[in-house]
Ligand binder design. Structure first.
Ligand code: ZN
Length: 230
């Protein structure tokens, strides 16, 4: 089983460009600001997740910095049961950049950084011989109801969900969930394997195989319920 605790510094950290410095800035901010937040409360669903608690606050910020990710610290907005982010960061890049900064809980950022390093990049190298340089996401923090049940808040409402839409390879070729999920080519294989592997890293994974609302992206979250919709 994966451990969510600690983590060793990666050797292949990005060169000291602007994004790398953002990560160090985030670390510095983390050490100055109180960041402990209240985890989102359980909601009705399928199987409850049993796994180590996510790192929170300054400890999470330090682990995220050591992962080589680029991020900015945001002001925590967790207000209990309503929308908000407990340990808030704006994630700019892991090994692959995000198409736009993504506000999210630090626990999700850590999980996604490991998923990128251990799954997305090795798969891209295996199938295409080059890494993914940019991931186009369709949303992270967003105070709203679930697409399947508007009366219940989505994990997006706590900054604990991320929607992955398009993977851009180094050199510019793209792998799109909308265009390439179905089929028998390498791009379809990449997406299907990314989604299946995501179930080992995240609580809930939803794909075009889940429902029509996810025809164009793979939803991953770190909420308290387990579902592998791939
Ligand atoms: Zn989503």
């Amino acid at each position: 089983m994966r451990s969510e605790n600690g983590g060793t510094p990666r050797r292949n950290r990005p060169a000291g460009g602007p994004t790398a410095r953002l990560g160090l800035l985030g670390l510095a901010c983390a050490l100055l600001l109180s960041a402990c937040g209240t985890p989102a409360g359980p909601k009705s669903g399928s199987t409850r997740v049993t796994r180590p608690a996510d790192e929170q606050g300054a400890a999470c910020m330090i682990s995220l910095s050591y992962s080589g990710s680029a991020f900015n610290r945001l002001k925590d907005t967790d207000s209990g049961n309503a929308c908000g982010i407990g340990s808030a960061v704006s994630l700019v890049a892991v090994q692959a950049s995000l198409s736009k900064p993504a506000p999210m809980d630090c626990g999700l950022a850590i999980r996604y950084a490991r998923f990128d390093e251990q799954v997305i990049q090795p798969l891209a190298m295996e199938l295409f011989g080059r890494p993914v340089s940019v991931v186009h996401h369709y949303g992270s923090y967003n105070c709203r109801g679930r697409t399947s049940d508007k009366s219940r808040l989505s994990e997006h409402s706590y900054g604990k969900a991320l929607d992955l839409g398009v993977f851009e390879l180094q050199g510019g070729d793209t792998i799109s969930v909308t265009k390439h999920w179905k089929g028998a080519g390498a791009k379809s294989e990449f997406l299907q394997r990314v989604a299946r592997s995501a179930c080992d890293y995240f609580s809930v994974v939803l794909s075009p195989n889940s429902d029509k609302d996810h025809y164009d992206h793979i939803h991953v979250d770190i909420g308290p319920w387990k579902k592998c919709g791939t």
